[in-house]
Design a protein around this ligand. Structure first.
Ligand SMILES: Cc1cc2nc3c(=O)[nH]c(=O)nc-3n(C[C@H](O)[C@H](O)[C@H](O)COP(=O)(O)OP(=O)(O)OC[C@H]3O[C@@H](n4cnc5c(N)ncnc54)[C@H](O)[C@@H]3O)c2cc1C
Length: 535
């Protein structure tokens, strides 16, 4: 599939003013997944994202496409089996954005390799014919070969197993673009500001064009889906009679921090798994886009801010645990970027008369008395199955007429190349554009590199990539480009800040005088400073 220019923002805003079968609020993994599934079943769909696609939790994951080894330890076999099936589906449908990844778990006590290895063999068995590689026991020498910087002192061996990894923000964007190809109207920078209610029923939304003059508009819909992650309670509270008390929240956010360091702390193509840290958690070191991601943490947090900041003890925990497993351990000064995501964990109870159905996975779909459908929880890997559950609930409640499921199982996403062969561990480059790479190279500036990673061919950020982001990927701000089209903010925040003015200048050529290049670049530099700074 080659790149065809997306309808312009003005065209999409005009199209948004009609009526729809479904309005989806929130353009993260969940909302983009629902929009695509519904559009693929032939429903008319409007997707509204307050900021940018994946600006919330969905750009801040550990980037693993996984069945969830830890659920196996809890004995939740059906959950793991389903996630493993979804893992295979995602790897097949987006081979330019997701790939298998081998993990090595180093063992320092004699019982560890047989103990964890047995569990991981069961993990393979649960994947069945959709498995992506076999678990192997490793000698200490082989463990060191695969993880050259592993702590050799006391190393008793290791276990190698397979999961997947992906580019989360680009995947959300690609889901939105694929939905658009199926007829959905998709808009970023359009917050929903209220719900239209008639006789106690939700019949649409009010929204605002935050990137234009701030114009408000109304949209009518047969069904409204609230897929706003940790913000679902804000939307649920718009669904109240005047004077009614606030609804108790269903989300208990928990924050996870990641630190990014250079690749030489984890040379090679294998990730490192620590199955049990000093305080009983799981820790990963993952090679990703030319760098190494270290994380994560799990810290309850009462507020749901847009840019959560890491706590000092979270940073100390990640660096301290890394030092136990890496011979040359990263120091604070080695950290290139720090980012924080909020998990939308679902609180038991608290549904305030809504008809709640907690599904055996980690997510919840609930339909309020007004017909507002709320979905939250879960994980990136299972976004597609979650979308099917959401539509199933819409049919159950007769909000939409039933149409057969399963339409996204073999639906290849925009840019999916005929042949796999991309590398998510190599520096970011043209290869991540799949079969749209040709269209990218045809744009002006394909050979003008704003930032270049010399370690791999055609890698870094070209002027053409910025033009592509504006013309085809709906980027409207410097942050949209440097945080989520290119992932430079997440890889190296100082380098990203250095590129802000150049990116803004190219965007100004594409977007014309309405784009305030100086302001967009300045806002991005302020943000980048937060990703660079450790507490
Ligand atoms: C630290 C961490 C690591 C993780 N790692 C993994 C992993 O490796 N693999 C995995 O499978 N899962 C992982 N997850 C889980 C996964 O990232 C989340 O489950 C998923 O991203 C949640 O997506 P979401 O769409 O529900 O929420 P979000 O991505 O937060 O999307 C909600 C969207 O709603 C928008 N919104 C809010 N209010 C409004 C409004 N009024 N109008 C319009 N839009 C609005 C927000 O701007 C936001 O973009 C991780 C999570 C965390 C926190």
């Amino acid at each position: 599939m080659t790149a065809t220019a997306a309808p312009s923002r003005a065209q999409r805003l005009a199209a948004a003013r009609g009526g729809f079968d479904l309005v989806v609020i929130g353009g993260g993994a969940t909302g983009c997944g629902v929009a695509l599934d519904a559009a693929a079943r032939g429903f008319s769909v409007l997707l509204l994202e307050a900021q940018d696609f994946a600006q919330g939790t969905s750009s801040r994951a550990t980037k693993l496409v996984h069945g969830g080894v830890r659920y196996l330890a809890q004995g939740n076999v059906s959950l793991v089996r389903e996630a493993l099936a979804e893992r295979a589906t995602l790897l097949a449908n987006a081979p330019h954005l997701a790939q298998p990844l081998a993990f090595v778990m180093p063992a320092y006590r004699l019982w560890e390799a047989p103990f964890y290895g047995a569990g991981l063999k069961m993990y393979d068995a649960l994947a069945g014919s959709r498995g992506i590689g076999h678990t192997e026991f490793l000698s200490p020498a082989r463990t060191r070969e695969l993880l050259p910087n592993v702590q050799p002192r006391g190393l008793a061996g290791g276990v190698k197993y397979w999961d997947g990894q992906f580019d989360d923000a680009r995947l959300a964007l690609t889901l939105a673009r694929t939905a658009a190809r199926r007829g959905a109207v998709v808009l970023n920078h359009c917050p929903v500001t209220g719900l239209l209610r008639e006789d106690g029923r939700v019949v649409g939304v009010t929204a605002r064009d935050a990137a234009g003059g701030g114009d408000a508009f109304e949209v009518r819909a047969r069904c409204v889906v609230n897929a706003t992650g940790v913000w679902v309670d804000d939307l649920r509270n718009m669904d109240r009679d005047a004077g009614a008390p606030a609804k108790p929240g269903i989300v208990a956010p928990s924050q996870g921090v990641h630190l990014v360091v250079d690749r030489d702390f984890l040379p090679g193509t294998h990730a490192l798994l620590v199955p049990k840290t000093a305080d009983g958690r799981v820790l990963f070191a993952v090679p990703w886009l030319g760098k190494t991601i270290l994380g994560t943490t799990d810290t309850p947090r009462a507020d749901v801010v847009r840019e959560p900041e890491p706590f000092a003890d979270e940073v100390a925990f990640i660096l301290g645990e890394s030092a136990r497993y890496l011979a040359r351990a990263p120091q604070r000064s080695d950290v290139r970027s720090v980012w924080v995501g909020l998990r939308p964990l679902v609180r038991p109870g608290g549904e305030d008369g809504d008809n709640t159905k907690s599904i055996s996975r980690e997510h919840t779909v609930m339909v309020g008395r007004s017909g507002l459908v709320t979905v939250t929880g879960g994980k990136w890997t299972t976004y597609r199955a979650m979308a099917e559950d959401v539509l199933e609930r819409c049919f159950d409640r007769a909000l939409l007429e039933r149409r057969a499921a399963g339409v996204t199982v073999q639906l290849r996403l925009v840019g999916a190349p005929a042949r796999a062969g991309v590398s998510m561990t190599a520096p970011p480059g043209e290869h991540l554009y799949g079969d749209e790479a040709e269209a990218l190279r045809a744009l002006p500036g394909a050979d003008r590199w704003l930032w270049r990673d010399a370690s791999a061919p055609r890698s870094g950020l070209s002027e053409a990539m910025v033009r592509f982001a504006v013309r085809h990927e709906m980027a409207l701000t410097v942050e949209d480009v440097l945080a989520r089209r290119s992932r430079l903010l997440f890889l190296d925040a100082a380098e990203a800040a250095r590129q802000a003015d150049a990116v803004a200048a190219v965007m100004a050529e594409e977007l014309g005088p309405a784009f305030d290049a100086a302001q967009s670049a300045a806002e991005f530099k302020t943000l980048a400073e937060r990703y660079r700074r450790l507490p």
